[in-house]
Design a binder for this molecule. Structure first.
Ligand SMILES: O=C(O)C(=O)C[C@]1(C(=O)O)C=C[C@@H](O)C=C1
Length: 97
């Protein structure tokens, strides 16, 4: 994590929030592009859902959140939303094959 800069105005706070939001959106797009590739290697609907992998990812990001002093419950909720969305997209691709 970047060192947190003490801002001198609300505009400066919001400029930092906007910068971070842009990075997050970019990273979500990058993650999504790799998830799209994952679908190509899967051979069944159960493989697409990969519940053991989902549990492992959630455990991993909760641990990362604790290390970074982020709220693990918030991080888990964000990842579950993201993974649910990506799983649905993968399933659509899988069924089209
Ligand atoms: O790791 C995989 O197998 C993926 O397809 C990626 C991913 C994820 O977004 O992390 C997406 C769908 C699966 O439910 C499990 C995990």
């Amino acid at each position: 994590m970047e060192p947190i800069h003490a801002c001198e105005s609300l505009d400066e706070v919001r400029a930092n929030i906007d910068r971070i939001d842009a990075q997050l959106v970019d990273l979500i797009a990058e993650r999504g592009a790799y998830v799209t590739q994952a679908a190509q290697f899967k051979k069944s609907a159960d493989g697409v859902k990969a519940p053991a992998r989902v549990n492992a990812v959630i455990a991993k990001v909760r641990g990362l959140a604790e290390t970074s002093h982020a709220d693990p419950d918030l991080v888990e909720a964000v990842w579950r939303t993201m993974i649910e969305h990506f799983t649905k997209a993968e399933m659509k691709d899988f069924k089209r094959r």
